[in-house]
Write a protein that binds this ligand. Structure first.
Ligand code: 13P
Ligand code: SF4
Length: 350
């Protein structure tokens, strides 16, 4: 576990991290990307970290990949590439820099590592996990294979490299239905997200989908009742959900899609009011790009994603910690499952 007191003392010895209005003004172009959600005085607190990280990033030949759920100061301030899980995996394949800093959760860093075994992949906080990834091991995959002999295993990328290596192909929320539909099999095992599997089953009704009973601790908290009540009070709100939500929640939504699907939908539709039934930073990160859209209603924080902070990223680059390791015997199998997904995604053009 990170020793925060030691980290802060060491960082203070090497960098001037005091809030600075001067640096905030000098970097106001970056702040413009988050001005609706981050007040300028707060930006004066973040700016010294952002400047230090961006400088160090160049010195270390590092690229920062950031998930759409990062806090706005991370998302807009320091990330070279941002996106959903599929986009980050595709980009990880194309990285030229020798170091990747993963601003996201551990399984995303593992995915970058299996696609780039020769590169250093740094996690700013190794504790940033995921309830889905923690819900299953390779033993669970073997149990499912024994229960449904011959059925292919489609594994959500929100899993460990060990689970990916035991699977036939991966999927993300942006390509799950297309991948399941394209497989030459009547019965398909989807794991570990029971809700994603149930939502896909509705989109691909001609196949029998069986699932593992994992769930996302963030998306499982939304209820259909609260969305119905919200709509009753705010009938002109567009409800936009992530497919990790339970099916009755998804049934209340006007649109359901991956985090990049949600961004594209808001961009296309420009609803007057939008309720994003997902992690809170989703709305914050796109608020400035869509000034006419009023982002309303409840959202949920992912406690794992929120472990990635500017000071931990600075520490990570300063100390070159913590490198993500994947056991050599798992790399090939996990990479194969991810590469098959990327290839099939291209074929079905999602
Ligand atoms: P996306 O692939 O849609 O970005 O989802 C990743 C995730 O962890 C959502 O909870
Ligand atoms: Fe995992 Fe859910 Fe957090 Fe995504 S939002 S990283 S699925 S716990």
């Amino acid at each position: 576990m990170l020793d925060l007191a030691h980290m802060r003392a060491e960082l203070a010895r090497h960098y001037d991290l005091a809030p600075s209005l001067k640096l905030a003004e000098q970097t106001s172009d970056i702040w413009q990307g988050m001005s609706r959600v981050v007040p300028f005085p707060d930006w004066a607190i973040h700016a010294p970290y952002v400047v230090a990280i961006n400088r160090l990033k160049a010195e270390r030949d590092a690229v920062i990949l950031g998930h759409n759920y990062m806090s706005p100061q991370v998302f807009h301030g320091i990330c070279d590439v941002v996106g959903d899980s599929l986009q980050l995996a595709v980009k990880a394949q194309e990285v030229k820099a020798s170091v990747i800093v993963q601003c996201g959760v551990h399984f995303m860093a593992e995915t970058s590592k299996v696609l780039n075994p020769q590169k250093t992949v740094l996690m700013p906080d190794m504790e940033a996990g995921c309830s889905l990834a923690e819900s299953i091991t390779a033993e669970g995959v073997a149990q499912m294979r024994a229960r449904y002999p011959g059925a292919p295993v489609v594994t959500y990328v929100n899993t460990t490299a060990e689970v990916k290596a035991a699977s036939d192909i991966c999927c993300t929320s942006s390509n799950a239905a297309q991948i399941v539909a394209a497989l030459d099999a009547d019965t398909v095992i989807m794991l570990p997200d029971q809700y994603l599997a149930q939502n896909v089953a509705k989109q691909v009704p001609h196949k029998r989908i069986v699932w593992w009973e994992g769930s996302c601790i963030v998306h499982e908290q939304f209820t259909a009742k609260e969305l119905r009540e919200f709509r009753d009070w705010n009938p002109d709100t567009r409800i936009i959900a992530h497919p990790e939500c339970p099916p009755d929640v998804v049934a209340e939504a006007d649109y359901t899609g991956s985090t990049s699907g949600i961004i594209a939908y808001v961009g296309r539709e420009q609803p007057q009011k939008a309720l994003l039934v997902t992690e809170c930073s989703m709305a914050s990160n796109i608020a400035d790009a869509h000034p006419k859209v009023d982002f309303v209603g409840p959202c949920m924080m992912c406690p794992y994603m929120k472990m990635i902070t500017l000071e931990k990223v600075l520490w990570s680059l300063h100390t070159m910690t913590t490198p993500v390791d994947v056991a050599p015997e798992l790399i090939k199998g996990a990479a194969l499952a991810v590469e098959r997904m990327i290839e099939m995604s291209r074929q079905v053009a999602v």
